[in-house]
Design a protein. Structure first.
Length: 330
């Protein structure tokens, strides 16, 4: 098998894994919206997800490579792990939880698709090798997908967003930028140290490293609203299982598979655009939200076209990729 064929198959496999992760990530928007509709405080929504995720991860870690390698990596470089988890887990999810009360779940899901281009646009600030160059073709397809998201938003809001919606939109755009940055910073850190961690071990490590910050967020939530209602705890547990474990491991797996192929890495991150389509269906089915109408349907079509275009883009023969240490799969 030639190198180009191998890289093509690896890229397409990463896109498939990233799409599957998008399906599980979508439950974040739906369940967070349900929690906000019942009056749950946004800080509890954020903190409970990761406080519950840690004990849920413990019994499955033997199947994901074990806890010991991640624990050793954190002890060796605690500040690097704290920084990556603070960016890619804590601030990212606090902003997303705050925005959950803004409107339909697919409004938040749509805004989050800024992540389609955020990771690529941040590449010049993160890398010092060939990956610092923004792939023009991939960026173009990302902009096409983002245009579809904009049409969906305009169709849903009937051309007007109120003050609360604009604040929520800013929060989600910030969240969408921080998530890929945290992930990429961790991958870069592991490259520099030569530590080999599976996707599951990376998720466990960042979840563990972020715990002190989540206890601080919990203290703030307690001071603001007292103890969370049990309904909010159960909804947060659903998010922890679907998004905190299943989806995050799948996403880390997908990006780790193609971390040396810039266009494919951007494509894997862009597959999160499918969350918008999943959120529309789930929101209508379980939350009684309205279907999109008018130009919103054209936006949905552009999102689907963008996903197909990314798959085509990474299926083309490419130049030799950057050589990096091999990463074991979870």
């Amino acid at each position: 098998m030639t190198r180009d064929v191998h890289d093509t198959r690896r890229a397409l496999a990463a896109i498939g894994v990233a799409l599957l992760s998008a399906l599980f990530f979508t439950l974040t928007y739906v369940l967070n919206r349900a929690s906000a509709s019942e009056g749950g405080h946004w800080a509890w929504t954020a903190a409970l997800r990761y406080l519950i995720t840690l004990p849920l991860l413990l019994p499955v870690m033997p199947m994901l490579g074990g806890m010991a390698p991640a624990w050793r990596a954190i002890r060796a470089h605690p500040w690097a792990w704290l920084r990556c988890s603070a960016i890619g887990f804590v601030v990212f999810y606090m902003l997303l939880a705050y925005a959950a009360a803004s409107g339909p779940s697919w409004l938040v899901a749509g805004s989050f698709q800024f992540t389609v281009v955020a990771g690529m646009l941040c590449a010049p600030l993160l890398y010092r090798d060939a990956r610092r160059k923004v792939p023009k073709a991939a960026l173009g397809v990302g902009v096409l997908t983002l245009a579809g998201v904009a049409l969906l938003q305009l169709g849903n809001a009937q051309g007007h967003l109120d003050r609360a919606a604009w604040i929520a939109l800013a929060c989600v755009l910030g969240s969408a930028t921080l998530y890929p940055i945290g992930n990429r910073l961790l991958l870069l850190h592991l490259e520099r140290t030569g530590e080999q961690l599976t996707a599951g071990q990376r998720v466990f490590g960042m979840t563990l490293a972020s715990q002190p910050l989540w206890w601080l967020v919990s203290a703030y939530a307690w001071q603001q609203s007292g103890a969370p209602p049990m309904s909010q705890v159960w909804l947060a547990a659903g998010v922890a299982l679907s998004a905190g474990i299943i989806a995050t491991i799948l996403f880390f797996q997908a990006t780790g598979m193609v971390r040396d192929l810039p266009a494919a890495l951007g494509a894997a991150e862009a597959m999160q655009a499918a969350e918008l389509l999943f959120a529309m269906v789930l929101g209508v089915m379980f939350l009684g939200e309205a279907w999109p109408h008018g130009i919103a349907w054209w936006g949905a079509g552009l999102v689907i076209a963008g996903i197909a275009a990314f798959a085509w883009l990474v299926s083309r023969p490419t130049r030799a990729p950057i050589v990096l240490p091999a990463e074991p799969h979870a």
